[in-house]
Design a protein around this ligand. Structure first.
Ligand SMILES: [Zn+2]
Length: 337
C-alpha cells in the first residue's frame, strides 16, 4: 500500500454496522463506534446500500478522500463460505430467503468498485486479537481466539492468516466436542448445543450455554439464590455481576466455562501448537479482577507440555466492540501485501 493510501474495515451486525479506517502507518483514524442501522432485515439490496453508506460516513468523518481507499475488509455473522457467500440454509442473522446463498462480498465489491476481503465475525475478531497482540511480528505468529458471546466465536490464525478450510468452516471452535469427565458435577446433565452436539465448547462457554445448560442446573443446587426468582434469560445476563462480586454459584458457572475453554485450548495445543491463546467476549468487559481470574482459570485448565508452556502466551482480547471492524481492516491490509 502506498503511504497515502488507507484501508476500511466494515463490521456488519444484525442491527448495526460499525466501520474504521486504517492508514499506511498502521494507525486507526477512528476511536469510537459508528452505529449505523445495518438494514439486514430489509433484505440484501438495502443492507449492501447501508454498508456503502457506513463506509462513506466513516470516510467523511475522518476527512479521508474516497480515492485514497486501496481495499475494504468486511465481516458479517456466519455461517458463510470463506469468500462471503451466506449459507444456503440461511443463518440466524440472515433469515429471509433472499439471503440464502447470497454473495455478500461480491455484491459490496460491485457496489463500491473496490476490492473487498471477507471474514466471518469470529475470524475478524481473531485477526484483530492477533495483530494487536503481535504487532509487526503478526505475520510470523500463530494464535487461537475464543470469544464468549451469545455463541462461542473466534478463530485460528497461522502465520498471520485465518485458517479457512476447504469449505470455509474451519475454526468453528464452539462445536468442537470436549472431554467432560471431571468437568461436570456428578448429577449434572450433559450440556447440549443448538447445533445438535452434546458437550461441545459452546454448550458450556456461551450465553446460550448458560441459559440452556449451566444456570438451570446450578440453580437446582442453589434454590434460594436471588437469580432463581428471575426469568432465565435475564438471570443469565445478570450472572456476570454476581461473579464479579464473588457469588459462589456464579463462580461455579464461570469455572465450568473456563474449564471448557481450557480443554478446547488443550486440543489446539496438540493441533496447531499456537504461540498465543486469546479469550474475549463479555467476560473481558467485567471488572479487571474478574477478567484476570477467568483468564487464569482458562490457563490452569489448559494442559501444555513444558516446551509449550515456556513459549505460549494467554491474553484477554480488548476492545471487543471495535474488534470486527478493526480485524476486517487488518485483513484488507494483509490482502495488499
Ligand atoms: Zn455446537
Amino acid at each position: 500500500m502506498d503511504a497515502d493510501q488507507v484501508v476500511v474495515g466494515i463490521d456488519n451486525g444484525a442491527t448495526k454496522n460499525n466501520a474504521t479506517v486504517l492508514d499506511a502507518s498502521g494507525r486507526f483514524l477512528v476511536d469510537r463506534m459508528y452505529e449505523i442501522p445495518s438494514r439486514v432485515g430489509d433484505g440484501p439490496d438495502a443492507a449492501i446500500e447501508a454498508m456503502a453508506e457506513t463506509m462513506e460516513l466513516v470516510l467523511s468523518e475522518t476527512g479521508t478522500a474516497p480515492e485514497r481507499v486501496a481495499a475494504v475488509g468486511l465481516d458479517t455473522p456466519g455461517p458463510a463460505s470463506a469468500d462471503g457467500v451466506i449459507s444456503v440454509k440461511g443463518a440466524t442473522n440472515f433469515s429471509q430467503a433472499a439471503w440464502w446463498g447470497y454473495d455478500v462480498r461480491s455484491a459490496l465489491e460491485t457496489r463500491i468498485g473496490l476490492p473487498v476481503v471477507y471474514n466471518n465475525d469470529g475470524n475478524a475478531a481473531a485477526l484483530y486479537a492477533h495483530y494487536v497482540h503481535f504487532g509487526a511480528d503478526a505475520p510470523a505468529r500463530s494464535s487461537v481466539s475464543a470469544i464468549v458471546g451469545t455463541g462461542l466465536g473466534g478463530g485460528v490464525i497461522e502465520a498471520g492468516s485465518v485458517i479457512r478450510g476447504a469449505s470455509g468452516q474451519a475454526g468453528e471452535l464452539g462445536h468442537v466436542q470436549i472431554f467432560t469427565d471431571g468437568l461436570l458435577a456428578a448429577d449434572q446433565p450433559m450440556p447440549t448445543c443448538n447445533c445438535g452436539n452434546s458437550g461441545d465448547v459452546e454448550s458450556f462457554a456461551s450465553l446460550t450455554g448458560i441459559v440452556r445448560n449451566l444456570l438451570p442446573y446450578w440453580l437446582t443446587r442453589h434454590p434460594d439464590h436471588p437469580l432463581a426468582a428471575v426469568p432465565i434469560v435475564q438471570a443469565a445476563k445478570e450472572l456476570r455481576t454476581f461473579g464479579v462480586d464473588g457469588d459462589e454459584m456464579a463462580l461455579k458457572v464461570f469455572e465450568q466455562q473456563a474449564a471448557a475453554l481450557g480443554r478446547l485450548f488443550t486440543i489446539a495445543a496438540n493441533f496447531t501448537d499456537p504461540s498465543a491463546y486469546f479469550v474475549g467476549g463479555g467476560v473481558v468487559e467485567a471488572a479487571p479482577h474478574f477478567s484476570q481470574w477467568f483468564l487464569e482459570r482458562v490457563r490452569a485448565d489448559t494442559t501444555l507440555r513444558e516446551e509449550q508452556a515456556a513459549v505460549a502466551t494467554f491474553a484477554l482480547v480488548a476492545d471487543r466492540d471495535m474488534a470486527g471492524a478493526r480485524g476486517s481492516a487488518f485483513a484488507a491490509l494483509a490482502s495488499l501485501a
